[in-house]
Write a protein that binds this ligand. Sequence first.
Ligand code: GDP
Length: 302
Amino acid sequence: EKFKEGLTKTRDNFSGRVNELVARYRKVDEDFFEELEEILISADVGFETVMELIDELKMEVKRRNIQDPQEVQGVISEKLVEIYEGGDEASSELNIQEEGLTVLLFVGVNGVGKTTTIGKLAHKFKSEGKNVVLAAGDTFRAGAIEQLEVWGERVGVEVIKQGAGSDPAAVMFDAIQAAKSRNADILICDTAGRLQNKVNLMKELEKVKRVIEREVPGAPHEVLLVLDATTGQNALIQAKTFKEATNVSGIVLTKLDGTAKGGIVLAIRNELGIPVKFVGLGEKMDDLQEFNAEQYVYGLFA
Ligand code: GDP
């Protein structure tokens, strides 16, 4: 239900246009595919992914000898899910340890919704009865620490912090000790997102990661990159930058409620090979959903 509501814009734009196309054509021909291609591209599915999808569709239509555009509708959904899943098992589930501390490291550019996502996720874990601690690792952006504290209070979890401008790696060290001494299940780490100085930021993230690796064997259990769906192809560029600098294990795609171009989910998955683990569908505490390709695609056409 949340999924459906949050995807209204994409449904109206993308699925609405596909439905209209399917209703207008009498047979599946080259023009039909060309129009479909254009719709997919305008929904930010991404050029490479669109080409792949159209090729697959054409083959499938030929193989099944489909003439009726209405029948293509179902094949489009099938292929969208297939392309998303990419034939591998990249799970959309988080790697949470059964025992001991799980450390989740969040990375991403300022303004994408990183703090909000951390707050939402903390709330989700807390409501599952888990003991959660947050680490205020963005010591650079003015107000970042306070903003995380606001979420900490709202959700009822402790935030480990130092002063503005302090060394993020030192904050992580403190946070890990605190999490251990409180027998926490999950430590969620915020980091800085100033991309103006890319080299410095990447070095900082590396250092933070090294502290986590040293203090908690096997951690970080996830490196989650937060991307803003409303920035479209720009999100893909950001993802490529972060992917080069650190091994991102999953994506959180925020503000899907704010875009009609939800096809970006497919582009991200297909072009980067990184699974989308969560999507943000609003600003409130409950507006975070685990991502599921089938639910997503079929929800779009429902
Ligand atoms: P940060 O700089 O990456 O930490 O970004 P913030 O967490 O401060 O979020 C920036 C803005 O995006 C805030 O106004 C959030 O309320 C908003 N935001 C975050 N996630 C979502 C979402 O999924 N949907 C919508 N509509 N807004 C969001």
